[in-house]
Design a protein around this ligand. Structure first.
Ligand code: VAH
Length: 312
């Protein structure tokens, strides 16, 4: 029985649906600080992850055996409100790890390519390398990785995690991320036929289509623990692109689509501190990670699904 925090977030909302399809709706408890706007197709409890006692009470009364901790502030928001980000991202994580330790739960929380910094090798970034991020979000993610490994080695908690690249989906728009331009562009392409990117042309970042990200979580959590040489957290990626390449992919479907740039210095500085493309060999070797979507297949599906969603 799985408890999810941040279940109404960009990843959490789709992850909860996938887990309910796989394991049964009543075996997946969604929690979030906000109340769901529309009906939930399974159990829901309101939870602010900075309230450790309530988290533990909810996990215990649900009879959870697995905790998937998704609640966090993303990179751009964290850079605007660094102390709030530290308190929520790290306070929430400690509460989640303590809950997992006390109740003997299997544990997942994501890290990010944001855990790397400007002194990290930018191309084919290794699984094990120098990590000195210069953003609060990155500090949270590196600290989180170390804390999750600590709970594994010190208390035997079965913690597992992946470093997600930018995630792209048509279901729940992201909030406060640096890679969000790669989601916004699809919406604007259909709504306005044009997009003004806040990330500069030529800025490469790793990206992945949401279905591949959700499958990666399931595959890692179901992996044979004896095969895992790493725990927190595995590099995973599907593609690396810069804004003009997304525009080209969209123009294959919408020939008149126009792109221009109005760079946001805050998010550009964050993006510039991150790798261009990371190496996911360890995830492939230790638990069979694979991404099915590339830029063209993702673009085709994003536009097709958004046309329906936007009534275009
Ligand atoms: C962000 N989408 O932009 C998240 C993610 C790698 C990017 O961490 O903050």
């Amino acid at each position: 029985k799985i408890m999810v925090t941040g279940a109404l977030g960009q990843i959490g909302s789709e992850l909860t649906g996938k887990l309910r399809d796989l394991y049964g709706a009543n075996n997946v408890l969604a929690t979030d600080v906000r109340e769901p706007a529309d009906g939930q197709d399974g159990p829901f409890r309101q939870l602010d992850v900075t309230d450790g006692e309530r988290m533990q009470e909810i996990a215990r009364s649900f009879g959870a055996d697995t905790l998937i901790h998704m609640a966090a502030l993303l990179s751009a928001t964290a850079e605007q409100k660094p102390l709030l980000a530290w308190n929520l991202n790290m306070g929430g994580l400690v509460n989640a790890l303590e809950t997992a330790r006390d109740l003997g739960l299997q544990f997942f929380t994501p890290s990010s390519i944001g855990a790397f910094g400007p002194t990290t090798p930018k191309r084919d970034t290794p699984q094990d390398t120098l990590m000195r991020p210069t953003t609060m979000y990155g500090v949270n993610k590196v600290s989180g990785e170390l804390l999750c490994d600590y709970y594994y080695s010190k208390f035997g908690v079965d913690t597992r995690g992946v470093r997600f690249p930018g995630l792209i989906s048509y279901v729940t728009p992201p909030g406060g991320g640096t890679t969000d331009y790669a989601v916004d562009i699809y919406y604007k392409a259909l709504e306005e036929g044009r997009y003004t990117s806040f990330i500069a042309e030529g800025t490469y970042m790793d990206m992945m289509y949401m279905p591949d990200a959700l499958q990666a979580i399931v595959d890692l959590m179901e992996a044979d623990p004896g095969k895992l040489k790493h725990r927190n957290s595995f590099n995973v990626t599907a593609m690396s692109f810069e804004p003009s390449q997304v525009a080209e992919a969209i123009q294959k479907h919408i020939p008149g689509f126009k792109m221009d740039y109005a760079v946001d210095p805050v998010r550009q500085a964050i993006a510039d501190s991150w790798p261009d493309s990371i190496d996911a060999t360890a995830a492939k070797e230790e638990w069979g990670f694979e991404a099915k979507y590339d830029l063209d297949s993702m673009t085709a599906e994003m536009l097709e699904k958004l046309k329906v969603k936007l009534g275009k």
